[in-house]
Design a protein around this ligand. Structure first.
Ligand SMILES: NC(=O)c1ccc[n+]([C@@H]2O[C@H](COP(=O)([O-])OP(=O)(O)OC[C@H]3O[C@@H](n4cnc5c(N)ncnc54)[C@H](O)[C@@H]3O)[C@@H](O)[C@H]2O)c1
Length: 288
């Protein structure tokens, strides 16, 4: 892509560190990873070094390719200075509207004209961030999936003021880093994948609550009947019941509807959040 050379990723946590690495792997760009916490940047670099080492071990890339990718990736705590050099910026800080708006204001004030300003948010529509800038036409969501170096999809979401050029640049950028973009033409809570996932998880819980089948049997039905690699209850436990609860309640607040099933609240009140607490719909005691 001729017009993009410098890519800025803001936030070096779970998502930002790997978006930066995947971008560096492509070989097309210089990448700057910014975080407000220097110690987090150090962690991100260590994690990326480990990912590269594992990739080399498994034969997915050569040591030279890995070293070259890491060499294209620099880190910084200077958001304004890094934004001044960016042709495309992806914000991946934690999910907080005010904090993200501050980042978008800083990007707007410091990035050159025409820089595409993207957000990796899972739930915040780009219009809520674009409205604090003087250039809403340059803003869009680019919603990557965890882990970015494995999961191929990126949902590119157009806001009401996003220009065709911004959409084209974002779609082409995603392709250029070997990920697969899908375009979502209008803002919708949860975009496409999470809406479908939440609908399936909600239905599974309603069937379970109604005593129609056990969690094990519902998962088996979905895995063997629909060929999903994981059942909805395994997915609920894997992602965290609190995450699903928040998302279902948000959707009900924004769009109406019944909200999260009671069983989800019960589990959360008991401290059973899924794999991360050792228990959710299934028990993980003694499992790695
Ligand atoms: N984790 C996932 O599975 C996942 C999947 C898809 C999308 N998302 C979205 O990606 C975004 C990031 O999620 P995450 O899980 O990587 O978060 P995270 O908490 O792992 O990382 C956030 C990072 O942002 C940094 N940060 C916070 N404020 C900052 C600021 N003002 N300037 C610079 N750095 C700042 C923090 O120090 C931290 O390192 C969120 O919007 C989330 O909704 C997450």
């Amino acid at each position: 892509m001729a017009q993009i050379r410098n890519v800025l990723v803001v936030g070096s946590g779970t998502m930002g560190s790997q978006i930066a690495l995947q971008t560096a792997f492509s070989g097309h760009y210089d990448v700057t990873l910014v975080d407000s916490k220097p110690e987090q940047l150090e962690r991100a670099v260590e994690q990326n070094q480990k990912l590269v080492a594992r990739g080399v071990e498994k034969g997915r890339l050569t040591q030279e390719q890995g070293t070259a990718a890491l060499g294209r990736l620099r880190t910084s705590t200077d958001l304004a200075g890094s934004a001044a050099l960016a042709d495309l910026a992806i914000e991946a800080i934690y999910e907080n509207l005010d904090a993200k708006r501050e980042v978008f204001q800083a990007l707007d004030q410091n990035a050159p004209p025409g820089t595409v300003l993207a957000s990796n948010s899972s739930t915040i529509a780009i219009s809520r961030l674009a409205e604090v800038t003087e250039r809403p036409e340059d803003c869009c969501n680019t919603h990557f999936f965890h882990p970015v170096t494995v999961m191929q999809l990126c949902e590119v979401v157009r806001g009401p003021k996003t220009s065709d050029r911004t959409v084209e640049v974002a779609m082409e950028f995603v392709r250029s880093i070997d990920r697969v973009p899908v375009l979502i033409n209008k803002e919708v809570h949860g975009f496409v994948v999470n809406r479908i996932l939440f609908a399936a998880a909600e239905e599974a819980m309603r069937l379970y609550e109604g005593g129609y089948a056990s969690a094990e049997d519902i998962d088996t039905a979905v895995k063997k009947g629909l060929n999903w690699p994981m059942g909805p209850f395994e997915l609920l436990d894997f992602s965290g019941l609190d995450i699903f609860y928040g998302a279902l309640e948000d959707r009900a607040r924004l769009e109406g509807g019944p909200g999260a099933p009671a069983i989800l609240k019960e589990k959360i009140d008991q401290g059973h959040l899924g794999r991360k607490t050792g228990k959710g719909f299934f028990d993980y005691a003694g499992r790695a």
